[in-house]
Design a protein around this ligand. Structure first.
Ligand SMILES: NC(=O)c1ccc[n+]([C@@H]2O[C@H](COP(=O)([O-])OP(=O)(O)OC[C@H]3O[C@@H](n4cnc5c(N)ncnc54)[C@H](O)[C@@H]3O)[C@@H](O)[C@H]2O)c1
Length: 396
């Protein structure tokens, strides 16, 4: 069986390797030609996929990346794994999904199982993908990806997979496909249920993170150690789930997906007030961090050397998409500080390179990767810790 995967980013490459490992012949269609060259040379850009494993799939012909759209013709399964960002007005931007659907319409001449793994609002598979494709009787199924980059406990194999199809045959074929590399498959009654479940999962995280971010501010103002309170609350064996405060939310999912739900909610006349408020709280966290840094540094950071430590959006990944570190840096610079950043995993970002920690007067620890030189961080005259790592330091 031949499988085409449209988009070779975090999600697409992860599924590609899963399917190649299960014995499929996998073609990764990708518009970025430099990425295609690197993948065909066995160089992975995803933390969870080693060059060794990718090279072995490439070497034995189980995986090939391509910029040629005609490669999807004749494939039994076509998986869409393209970006679903927000536009400037924070509304869903489905242009990549539409482009993928149009690509299938133009190139896939024989019936295939078309799966959407991209995260989007309920109705996307039916109205934004299937409705754009005519002439060939494909089967359509939605299986929103739940991968958590960098998570060593939960991966493609052992994270339960939701599937919802437009027809019983689509569901049956999707079950057969995923059963070869996923342990648990959960069939739901429609693609809309699967799509809505995925964005509700991320909305649940977004709202709870906003809640602890607000609580962290309340606790600090009351002079109570907020993280100790949260740890204490987490000793309750039922009815409580611990979330950690931080400098905001980042990545391709938590800051973005809830706005997809808010968008369709507004269309049907339901104001998504929790989502709106959670966005406001999380987006205001960088300003709160900088306010606290100024207060902790004697009322001004003008002319001071500040290093922002960890600029990716979470620990042990190099992904800087939507990272709150960007706003923290901008706001520190707006206050007149001389700001550098340090992140061994990111290396270079927005035209700047990772700088040493040593030599800075102030360190703002935004994201902590394993192996971080904490001695160097603690060597700065003032440390503000957004991660709860350094006992006794100011922070959230
Ligand atoms: N990254 C995650 O942790 C994660 C987790 C679960 C779900 N998702 C969702 O999965 C989807 C993909 O996310 P990602 O993180 O893999 O994105 P990504 O940006 O890492 O990768 C997407 C890839 O698609 C390519 N692309 C764009 N348009 C294309 C087209 N028309 N044809 C072929 N390739 C095209 C891009 O060049 C890019 O390499 C999104 O909807 C996202 O919300 C992401």
């Amino acid at each position: 069986m031949r499988v085409a995967i449209i988009g070779q980013g975090y999600v697409g490459l992860t599924i590609a390797v899963g399917a190649a490992g299960a014995g499929y012949e996998v073609i990764g269609f990708e518009v970025n030609d430099q990425l295609v060259t690197a993948l065909n040379a066995g160089t992975s850009h995803i933390e969870g996929i080693s060059d060794t494993s990718l090279s072995s799939f490439v070497g034995r012909g189980a995986y090939k990346a391509s910029t040629d759209p005609s490669v999807i013709n004749g494939c039994d399964v076509i998986v869409i794994a393209v970006p679903t960002p927000l536009d400037d007005a924070r509304n869903p931007n489905l242009s990549y999904v539409h482009a993928a659907a149009d690509l299938i319409a133009k190139n896939a001449k024989s019936p295939a199982l078309v799966i959407n793994e991209s995260t989007s609002y309920p109705g996307t598979l039916r109205k934004e993908i299937a409705a754009r494709i005519s002439g060939v009787s494909h089967h359509y199924e939605s299986s929103p990806e739940r991968v958590d980059p960098g998570n060593t406990q939960w991966g493609t194999k052992n994270t339960p997979r939701l599937i919802g199809g437009l027809t019983p045959e689509a569901v049956a074929r999707a079950k057969d496909f995923y059963a070869t590399f996923c342990d648990t498959i959960i069939e739901v009654s429609s693609p809309e249920v699967a799509e809505a479940a995925k964005i509700f999962e991320n909305t649940f995280r977004q709202v709870n993170i906003a809640l602890v971010n607000e609580f962290a501010q309340i606790a600090d103002a009351l002079g109570i150690p907020g993280r100790e309170v949260l740890d204490a609350a987490a000793t309750k064996p039922y009815g409580f789930m611990e979330f950690n405060p931080g400098p905001g939310v980042g990545g391709h999912c938590i800051p973005v997906d809830p706005s997809y739900l808010a968008h369709v909610a507004n269309e049907v006349g339901v104001p998504a007030t929790f989502i709106k408020r959670a966005n406001e709280v999380n987006l205001a966290m960088p300003a709160y961090v900088v306010k606290r840094v100024i207060a902790g540094s004697g009322g001004s950071i003008k002319g001071k050397k500040v290093v922002v430590v960890g600029v990716s959006y979470k620990s042990n990944v190099a992904d800087t998409r939507e990272t709150p570190a960007a706003a923290v840096i901008d706001l520190l610079r707006a206050e007149g500080a001389t700001v550098t950043w340090h992140d061994d995993l990111v290396g270079s970002w927005l035209g700047e390179s990772s700088a040493p920690i040593m030599g800075a007067e102030i360190a703002v620890l935004v994201t902590k990767h394993d192996g971080l030189d904490l001695v160097a961080v603690k060597g700065c005259s003032y440390v503000f810790d957004c991660t709860g790592t350094i006992a006794g330091a100011d922070g959230i």
